[in-house]
Write a protein that binds this ligand. Structure first.
Ligand code: HAM
Length: 424
């Protein structure tokens, strides 16, 4: 019986890893330009963290967490998202005291027990940022600009930024009541799930994919969110910031976020050609989460992007890596007795940061040369009886088309001069 990867999980082979690494590099490079510093939090977390942060009525908590009892004791989950973990870490390490305002970047796998489909996995990868410790709308605008810049750098061309404000908590109370009033007369036409959401979390109706619910949610008023004066001013400044940065956005779309911590600004970036799962990145402001997790009252804003979706949206653009130059050296060894010498030389080359590959199987010279070609090595260094006696390798430079003998002693340095430091 063949054991296969679990449904909704994937193996990433070398080309996939290279594509993913390019996305990671773009995220790291650009986030650094905006002052973000990377942190890594554990994949395992206390279940209570997400129950409190993401919300008991959210789909994530209700049905998507990989949750288990560790040795029958602790209630543990595989993290479904990064925001709650980052805020926990921020507080646990007293960053509110030492740093105050902190801009944090994270990358890594997240887990949600969703029904797998194209662009929806059970183990997927996110990069995300959290700017914790400010209520300023400029922080929102700056992070959204960063989000768009990273996507562009990854080759996502056709994207739409949906921007909205859910208002502060009192605004949300008013909006909930107003939305219920609007939906109540036709409550029975909503899908079963939304009938349940009507009382528990009515905003989620705005997000339902069921046509009848969509129809209901999107008719009558443009935005279901009623904003107080301060929230209107905040939202106005976010729009001003985006306009100043030349980022286009659409603030007419009605949508809700599936996590409960949001207040004020929320946004989603949708990419063309992704089908039903077209949100490549999303986020917003969460001005109560730090306090709800036991910290001081601090404003915060963040977003996360699904790397698999970014790659799908970028399509061929993501594959457009510059053709890798030939690099490294292939050591072709003719005879088992010469292995220790070749082994030593290969090691000395690698110690200088250069790729050195050798055949451990004792293949024929022809087979080894074929292999050197497969590796796209720039040099092939042959070590046979003749070379052993001369204490010098026969080295072919496949890029220049030249050949020369290089003494064992001089070989590692001679190779190192051509080291191309690997960029996957
Ligand atoms: P989210 O909207 O749940 O937000 O996820 C962000 C992004 O992760 C989505 O837009 C999507 O690209 C990707 N994603 C989510 N679920 C899956 C899945 N099952 N398979 C593949 N990709 C997926 C959050 O996670 C918030 N923590 C964002 C945030 C940060 N808000 C404030 N700070």
């Amino acid at each position: 019986m063949h054991i296969q990867a679990l449904r909704g999980t994937t193996d990433l082979l070398a080309p996939d890893v290279a594509r993913l690494a390019r996305v990671e590099r773009a995220a790291r490079r650009l986030a650094k330009c905006y002052g973000y510093q990377e942190l890594r939090t554990p994949i395992l977390e206390d279940a209570q963290l997400f129950l409190r942060a993401v919300g008991e009525t959210s789909d994530i908590v209700q049905k998507e967490m990989f949750r288990f009892k560790d040795r029958g004791e602790q209630d543990i989950v595989l993290r479904p998202e990064g925001t709650a973990s980052v805020v926990r870490a921020y507080l646990e390490h007293n960053l509110h005291k030492t740093e105050g305002f902190a801009r944090l970047l994270y990358l890594g796998p997240m887990f949600r027990a969703e029904r797998p489909q194209a662009g929806r996995l059970r183990q997927f990868h996110q990069y995300g940022v959290e700017a914790i410790g400010s209520h300023s709308p400029w922080v929102d605008a700056e992070a959204i600009v960063l989000c768009v810049e990273i996507l562009r750098a990854c080759g996502v061309k056709e994207l739409a930024v949906w921007l909205s404000s859910m208002g502060c908590r009192p605004d949300q109370e008013r909006s909930r009541a107003a939305l219920r009033e609007r939906l109540r007369p036709r409550l029975s036409t909503l899908c079963k799930e939304c009938q349940g959401r009507f009382e528990k979390n009515v905003f989620r109706v705005l997000d339902c994919k069921h046509p009848a619910c969509q129809e209901m949610a999107r008719t009558s008023a443009s935005s279901p969110f009623l904003l107080c004066g301060d929230c209107q001013t905040h939202f106005g400044t976010v729009r001003e910031g985006l306009t100043a940065a030349g980022v286009m956005f659409d603030d007419t779309k009605v949508f809700a976020r599936g996590l409960d911590y949001y207040t004020r600004t929320v946004f989603e970036v949708r990419a063309k050609g992704l089908g039903a799962q077209d949100a490549v990145a999303a986020g917003g402001r969460y001005d109560h989460l730090v306090e709800e997790l036991g910290g001081p009252s601090l404003g915060a804003f963040g977003f996360a992007a699904g790397m698999e979706r970014v790659l799908m949206a970028a399509g061929d653009a993501a594959a457009e890596a510059p053709a890798p130059a030939r690099q490294g050296v292939y050591l072709a060894v003719l005879g088992a007795a010469l292995m220790p010498q070749a082994f030593r030389l290969a090691q000395q080359v690698r110690a200088r940061g250069m790729l050195a590959v050798m055949d451990p199987e004792g293949k024929s010279l022809k087979a080894q040369l074929r292999e050197a070609d497969k590796w796209q090595c720039r040099f092939v260094a042959i070590l046979g009886e003749k070379e052993q006696q001369a204490q010098a390798l026969s080295v072919k430079d496949l890029e220049q088309g030249t050949q020369q003998a290089i003494a064992f002693d001089a070989f590692p340095e001679a190779m190192a001069q051509h080291a191309v430091h690997t960029q996957s």
